[in-house]
Design a protein around this ligand. Structure first.
Ligand code: HSE
Length: 404
């Protein structure tokens, strides 16, 4: 089996390394020897072994009938989409780790793959090395999946962990995550939640069977989370995590990405560092959690190689067969209910009565070492109700949602 790899960056070089290091066991499992014949990259790698496989012209790959699988690990929507589509139309299966591409063009590429009797596989696009798409697509097929809640971005989880446990500075931990190769080329995609948004869009599309427009998912990142917020979380016996969620309630679909407070009993509260985890709730299964390395060269490459093996073992089988182009209607986040932690500047004793009048049952929080402000933990209300009440409080300096 001869394959081509598009892009020799972090993931591309990882794929070549995994195939080389585990060659024997992979061949055994796939029932064939997998050989990287070409690597497409704009750059040359003089003096390195990979140079003999480097090509700069995509047509060389496209026109080579020996190439049965194209591995797209370039990132970004274009030219990846054009390259992938051409490969599928040429009768080559494609394996991709590219969440931006899958979130935007997944349904269309799956349709193209299907009509050309090949596969478009993208396990590595969500949760790095965790086999979550495989679980949803081929293991949990007896269940209606009612909710998926995940920590889907390694960079921000690494940052939140360091900020929570070490009081570490935001900028410093971001630099560490970049140095470790976890962050996106532009880390705004990590810290503003865009990366997690694309991943939850893919998961929502898979469990609903319909196309989710990721731009319709409410997305808030961690760039406003401070060490002071962590102190409030600690005072509550909770932690803060960037959660990506989708759920179906009374036939309505909700999806969001936002930093949330989690109690210690929540299974995601103990997911630290660069690890990702996904909690899945099925109507028969109940709860299950998938946990593992969510970012980094070799974990991501491991998921890419698993897709290559799946394709080698099941050529011309429609593996990812439930995700249509019909659009999924998402509900407005203002109708979803939760509790809120609200930080307010001012003197609690002077404001407590009015706060109780407006918000009803609340708990006040006063973390040690925080001056000139206090926290209010509300009861359950809709986001719309919260926003209405919050309008008359210019003293609110931050709000964080509570995940139950
Ligand atoms: N930047 C991403 C993360 C890489 O930190 O999770 C994996 O998608």
């Amino acid at each position: 089996m001869k394959i081509a790899v598009l892009g020799y960056g972090t993931v591309g070089s990882g794929v070549v390394e995994v195939l080389e290091r585990n060659q024997e066991i992979i061949s055994q499992r796939a029932g064939d020897v997998i050989e990287v014949k070409y690597v497409l990259d704009l750059r040359d790698f003089p003096g390195q072994k990979i140079q003999e496989k480097i090509v700069h012209d995509y047509d060389v790959i496209l026109n080579d009938e020996e190439i049965e699988i194209v591995v797209e690990v370039m990132g970004g929507v274009e030219p990846a989409n054009t390259f992938v589509k051409k490969a599928l139309l040429a009768g080559k299966s494609v394996v991709s780790s590219n969440k931006a591409l899958v979130a935007k063009c997944g349904a269309d590429l799956l349709k193209t793959a299907r009509s050309n009797h090949v596969n478009f596989l993208f396990e590595a696009s969500v949760g790095g090395g965790i086999p979550i798409l495989r679980a949803l697509e081929s293991s949990l097929t007896g269940d209606e999946i009612e909710a998926v809640t995940g920590i889907l971005n390694g960079t921000t989880n690494y940052m939140m962990t360091k900020m929570f446990y070490e009081g570490a500075d935001y900028e410093e931990v971001l630099k560490e995550a970049q140095a470790n190769g976890y962050a996106e080329a532009d880390p705004t995609a990590d810290v503003e939640g865009y990366d997690a948004c694309r991943k939850i869009a893919i998961l929502t599309s898979i469990i609903s069977g319909k196309m989710v427009d990721f731009e319709e998912i409410y997305t808030e990142g961690i760039s406003k989370i401070t060490v002071e917020d962590m102190k409030y979380a600690q005072a509550l016996g909770m932690t803060i995590k960037l959660l990506a969620e989708c759920k179906k309630e009374d036939g309505k679909w909700y999806a969001s990405v936002a930093p949330c407070l989690l109690g210690q009993e929540h299974p995601l509260s103990s997911v630290h560092d660069v690890f990702n985890a996904v909690c899945v709730r099925g109507n028969m299964l109940g709860d299950a959690m998938f946990y593992g390395s969510g970012a980094g060269k070799l974990p991501t490459a491991s998921a890419v190689v698993a897709d290559i093996v799946a394709e080698v073992k099941n050529p011309h089988t429609d593996i990812m067969n439930f995700w249509t182009e019909e659009k999924l209607q998402l509900e407005d986040r203002l109708t979803s209910s939760k509790r809120f932690l609200v930080r307010m500047t001012g003197v609690q004793a002077e404001m407590a009565e009015k706060i109780r009048e407006d918000f009803g049952e609340v708990t006040f929080i006063n973390p040690e070492g925080i001056q000139g402000e206090f926290g209010v933990l509300t009861s359950v209300m809709t986001e719309g109700e919260y926003e209405e009440k919050a309008k008359v409080y210019p003293q609110i300096c931050h709000m964080i949602r509570v995940e139950e």
